[in-house]
Design a protein around this ligand. Structure first.
Ligand code: PMP
Length: 460
């Protein structure tokens, strides 16, 4: 049972009134007394009242090597002692150069040009801006439209948010609507009973081609896609979808941007899922989160040699990609990323993920028989457990409130969840063991059952 909030916790919660949190309802700022997380170790976090919880969402899909890694702390401190910062425009610093070379060596295909950013949104924004820049350099000023998907999340800067397909998050924000086009996402669970997985794959691939043809291939700059839609509820495409979309993009001369902000650095058991899980070598690839395991902010956009060569061959002016950030390749962030990659290698973390992922899937699938569970989607160490209290009358708001209640019960029992619409999404630190997976699933099951019992004894 959770401990009662101490005065110290209440004091922090009072100060938190001044923190406008991301995605907060501005009309009720400060109304919610949030859990105060004070410490982290391994897959666990401890709140300010001393309750120890499994970090189900892994921060926000990012604490891949787990909390409290001394090696990263040491690397960051050592780098700060040597050099905290220098302008990335006029000079370079050892960690950024070393990291760029190391990442280029790990990345798929000819993605050898690493453009460092401050996080995932700025990596996506930079990729989209590069797509515009590329077509301008190639003398194709009309080739500027972007195709994205319903339910996709690509970030919170203006252009990245415009390309997102989560409507709630786009409301009241005056998005760049004219150049962004959403096609349905490939959620196999939404197909009619008469449709096979092959049929739904054909249909969703055709959606992309139809949209390219409708807009005109000479007008479409890029298709952007997460290999697995993460914040959209862990939506896993049918076999072949991602590869066939890539082939279509090649056929119509449309750039394929893989948004691997969540899936890169081990979440699916490989450094990059595009190539090693889905067999695709994208034109551009965006990363963040697991790059530093969230210890300090950093993102990276990978651009292919082919695009660079095309710009050079076109010979038009200007060729400068006049875009960047004060903190591009920040030495301290780069040092954290290098130490993070060292941990991946030393602990054989990718292999570990590939070993434990089948157990994670098997244990979660055991929840499928619970009456409120509608769908369970698992890939690598990411999962979405979708709930629906009454399939005859689906109601997103009611189901989300149910999951918020499940989250509360789970927190009392030692697990932090992340409800996203009607799904509880999970992306624990990659170091999680099979015993810890059993504990996580056990608490989740109990939370679902307890919240359900409360509902059936009252109104749905
Ligand atoms: N792309 C994807 C797929 C993401 O999941 C996220 C963040 N959840 C972003 C981009 C944006 O990254 P950031 O929050 O670091 O800006």
């Amino acid at each position: 049972m959770a401990k009662k909030p101490t005065d110290e916790t209440k004091g922090i919660q009072a100060k938190d009134r001044y923190f406008l949190h991301p995605w907060e309802d501005v009309t009720s700022i400060g109304a919610e007394a949030r859990t105060v997380i004070a410490k982290g170790d391994g897959i666990h976090i401890t709140d300010s009242d001393g309750n120890r919880l499994i970090d189900g969402p892994g921060g926000m899909w990012c604490v891949n090597v787990g909390h409290g890694r001394e090696e990263i702390v040491e690397a960051v401190a050592a780098q700060m002692r040597d050099l905290t910062y220098f302008s990335p425009w006029s000079a370079t610093a050892p960690p950024a150069a070393i990291l760029a070379e190391r990442l280029a060596g790990l990345a798929p295909g000819d993605l050898n040009n690493v453009f460092f950013t401050t996080g995932g949104s700025t990596a996506v924004d930079s990729a989209l801006r590069f797509a515009f820049f590329y077509n301008n350099c190639l003398g194709r000023p009309d080739k500027k439209h972007i195709i994205s998907r319903v339910g996709a999340y690509h970030g919170s800067t203006h252009l990245a948010a415009s390309c997102s397909g989560k409507m709630l998050e786009k409301a009241n924000m005056d998005m760049d609507e004219d150049r962004v086009h959403l096609i349905p996402n490939p959620n196999p669970a939404l197909r009619p009973a008469s449709m096979s997985l092959e049929d739904i794959c054909d249909q969703k691939v055709a959606d992309l081609e139809n949209k390219i043809l409708e807009l005109g291939p000479d007008k479409v700059a890029a298709f952007i896609a997460e290999p697995v839609l993460a914040s959209g509820g862990v939506i896993i495409p049918p076999e072949g979808y991602y590869r066939r979309c890539h082939e279509l993009c090649r056929k119509h001369d449309v750039l394929f941007i893989a948004d691997e902000v969540v899936t890169a650095f081990g979440r699916l058991g490989h450094y990059f899922a595009s190539r090693d899980v889905f067999g695709v070598e994208p034109d551009m690839l965006t990363t963040a989160k697991g790059l530093t395991s969230g210890y300090v902010p950093m993102g990276a956009l990978f651009i292919s040699d082919r695009l660079m060569a095309d710009i050079k061959a076109a010979g038009n002016e200007p060729k400068g990609f006049f875009s960047g950030f004060t903190y591009s390749g920040h030495p301290v962030a780069a040092a954290a990323a290098l130490a993070n990659l060292d941990i991946f290698e030393r602990d054989a973390l990718l292999e570990h993920v590939r070993n434990v992922a089948p157990h994670f899937e098997k244990r979660l699938q055991e929840l499928a028989d619970l009456p409120m569970v509608r769908d369970i989607r698992v890939k690598g160490l990411m999962a979405g457990v979708e709930c629906c209290l009454n399939p005859e009358e689906p109601d997103d708001e009611r189901d989300m409130n149910f999951l918020l209640e499940v989250d509360e019960i789970c927190q009392d029992n030692g697990l932090l969840l992340r409800p996203v619409y009607s799904s509880a999404v999970l992306s624990p630190p990659l170091t999680i063991t099979t015993t810890q997976i059993d504990a996580l699933v056990g608490i989740l099951k109990q939370g679902l059952e307890t919240a359900w019992e409360r509902r059936i004894s009252g109104p749905l």
